[in-house]
Design a protein around this ligand. Structure first.
Ligand SMILES: Nc1ncnc2c1ncn2[C@@H]1O[C@H](COP(=O)(O)OP(=O)(O)O)[C@@H](O)[C@H]1O
Ligand SMILES: [Mg+2]
Length: 271
């Protein structure tokens, strides 16, 4: 039986070959500054796609536009074949796309375990689960989530922090917690904004391993912004290069590394 047929029988209208994320002609200006300038790209399902570019190239802005944290001036975003342009972050998360932040948001007044349980959508205005609908199934889901939260904390080797206040952990640990929370919401595509910035080299190496494992075992798609060239070149394929708000090129790491336009963009940047 063909894969395509199986997918249909499963009741899903998703085609495995369709891109999980499509960005078309996105534009965003801040006053006179054009941060995103007609950016278009596709992320293929089950890939680890990298995104690089000099400081100020518009990488984080693009993530903010894709995930609904900023509203685009023009252009469209499609996740799993559904157009999500103009939707709220929690609605986009429901379509299967979740992101982490370059600077993790503060998790005030809760332990690491509690932070895991409220999930990444919590801070984006989504209401709590409708308890009155079916209390027993909600309780069941809570239990399952708690179990999975513990598993992820163990996988990331931060389970000893479960009862620590989330404000007390290091910046690197907070990055791992953010990623664990994002994974807990079972996305199809996970956008990571500089996951190893501020993370020590051992942890960074582990993180690359987790990403690979999640990608291979669960077909989780990653789009990863990273400044650490060694990290991203080894982990991701393809790599998308952003420069001045536009996609400069997309290719395999080796081609990107040797492309004169990429070298020029970095040398011409403020690095
Ligand atoms: N909220 C904002 N308000 C004003 N300017 C912004 C805002 N966010 C980003 N910018 C500007 O947009 C440009 C791209 O920034 P950013 O997307 O953070 O780049 P990168 O992540 O590639 O380093 C920069 O010039 C930055 O100062
Ligand atoms: Mg950035």
């Amino acid at each position: 039986m063909s894969e395509r047929l199986e997918m249909q029988i499963d009741g899903a209208d998703l085609d495995k070959d369709d891109p999980v994320l499509e960005v078309s002609g996105l534009k965003k200006s801040f006053g006179g500054l054009v941060a995103t300038d007609d950016a278009s790209l596709q992320v293929e399902r089950a890939t680890i796609t990298g995104m690089i570019g000099p400081n100020g190239a518009g990488k984080s802005t693009l993530f903010n536009l894709i995930s609904g944290f900023y509203e685009a001036d023009e252009g469209s975003v499609t996740v799993n074949g559904t157009e999500v342009t103009g939707k709220e972050p929690h609605e986009i998360a429901r379509e299967g796309l979740v992101r982490t932040f370059q600077t993790p948001r503060k998790l005030e007044g809760m332990t690491v375990r509690e932070a895991m349980m409220v999930g990444p959508q919590h801070q984006t205005g989504e209401s709590v689960l409708p308890l009155w609908l079916s209390p027993s199934s909600v309780a069941e889901e809570e239990r399952r989530n708690l179990e999975r939260a513990e598993e992820l904390l163990e996988l990331f080797e931060i389970d000893h922090l479960a009862t620590e206040m989330a404000t007390e952990v290091s910046g690197g640990q907070l990055k791992l917690i953010e990623m664990a929370r994002a994974i807990l919401s079972e996305p199809d595509v996970l956008l990571l904004d500089e996951p190893v910035a501020g993370v020590n080299p051992t942890l960074a190496k582990n993180l690359a391993g987790f990403i690979r494992e999640l990608n291979e075992e669960r077909d989780l798609t990653f789009l990863i912004i990273e400044h650490d060239m060694g990290f991203i070149m080894e982990l991701a394929d393809p790599i998308i290069v952003l420069d001045q708000g536009r996609v400069l090129m997309e290719a395999d790491p080796e081609t990107v590394r040797n492309d004169q336009r990429v070298i020029d963009a970095y040398l011409g940047g403020a690095e």
